[in-house]
Design a binder for this molecule. Structure first.
Ligand SMILES: [Mg+2]
Length: 337
């Protein structure tokens, strides 16, 4: 797919005679795209051409919209570009797959200098390079709001990590810590105060999340293949997706929910954001009994914490304490926007 701009709308003055700054932008952006041998033809034609893969293909798409998913004042353009890639990589990680190629749509509003897009693409391309992801083309359209949409394909593992694979008796684990990104978001928005290293850590967790690609790929070697999901909407809600698809329930031990020292320094024992806050991009997965935390952590290359058990009885329950309702945490998220 070549980079191209949408035609001026009817009634809009045609600037076709003048060389559009957007075309200069396209040339600049296409000059530095990472391409591997997999890509037979990159940007510049009507479509890209990719070599066939022996693997089943994963395909996903995600958008980041200014004012909805990000605020321009909070991070650098590089972080924005990298994050747009990461959120897609995370979905591939949650299937246990290997990302291979992507196309990018930029919805561009007025008032943004070319330098901004250079920097956004520098971040995007760097993140793609690290993941061995080819950026094979895309599209630029004029819009009211800046938006970055990435469609991405990847190789599926032999046994993908499906949401419908959880069985009663499975143990539920989560990688890393949860709630940091939601706290970081609130620090950036001025709703919570934090200083020093804790502030930098929490903000970093929101602005520069990490897709757990290595952990996902290693999880996919376990048989039977674990159920898994990446935590984008919040632990409680994303767990709910697995429970619904697998037609099972869960019992979660609130004392086991892994939170960072930085999280605890601001939130104390309040788990609302650990359970309800999204965008950590950690993996939640369910395995048959027999895996210790240490064994899984070593295997995955990231700390894995056991947080509960899959039950035949439907619905999610917190052991002891208050029972968060799905609605309660949906509401909590709704307060964000
Ligand atoms: Mg996901």
């Amino acid at each position: 797919m070549k980079y191209r701009t949408t035609a001026p709308r009817r009634g809009e003055k045609s600037r076709a005679e003048k060389p559009s700054p957007e075309f200069a932008l396209i040339d600049r952006l296409c000059a530095r795209l990472p391409l591997s041998k997999r890509t037979i033809l990159g940007p510049g034609d009507d479509t890209a051409i990719l070599s066939p893969s022996r693997r089943a293909q994963l395909m996903t798409i995600d958008s980041m919209v200014e004012g909805v998913h990000f605020n321009m004042r909070w991070g650098t353009p590089e972080q924005l570009g990298a994050r747009a890639v990461t959120v897609n990589l995370s979905d591939v990680a949650a299937m246990g797959g290997t990302p291979t190629a992507c196309v990018v749509n930029l919805a561009v509003r007025r008032g943004l200098p070319v330098r901004f897009f250079d920097r956004l693409y520098a971040g995007l391309v760097q993140e793609a390079r690290v993941a061995h992801l080819d950026v094979v083309g895309g599209n630029i359209a004029r819009a009211q709001q800046l938006a970055i949409t990435i469609a991405l394909i990847g190789d599926a593992p032999a046994a993908p990590l499906r949401r419908d694979a959880a069985r009663a008796g499975d143990e539920i684990f989560v990688t890393g810590t949860v709630g940091d990104a939601a706290v970081g978001w609130r620090v950036l928005a001025g709703k919570l105060r934090s200083h020093g290293a804790a502030r930098r850590y929490l903000i970093g967790r929101y602005l520069a999340p990490i897709a757990r690609l290595g952990a996902g790929a290693r999880l996919a070697r376990i048989r039977p293949a674990p159920a898994a999901i990446d935590i984008s909407d919040g632990l409680w809600q994303d767990l709910g997706h697995i429970l619904e698809r697998s037609k099972v329930g869960a019992e979660i031990d609130p004392r086991a929910i892994p939170v960072s020292d930085a999280y605890r320094s601001l939130m104390g024992g309040d788990l609302a954001l650990a359970l309800g806050g999204g965008e950590d991009y950690e993996l939640l997965f369910c395995v048959r009994p027999g895996f210790t935390e240490d064994r899984l952590s070593t295997m995955l290359g990231v700390r894995a914490t056991r947080i509960g058990l899959i039950t035949a009885r439907r619905g999610a329950r917190l052991q002891g304490g208050t029972q968060p309702t799905r609605g309660g945490y949906d509401q909590l998220r709704a307060d964000d926007s």
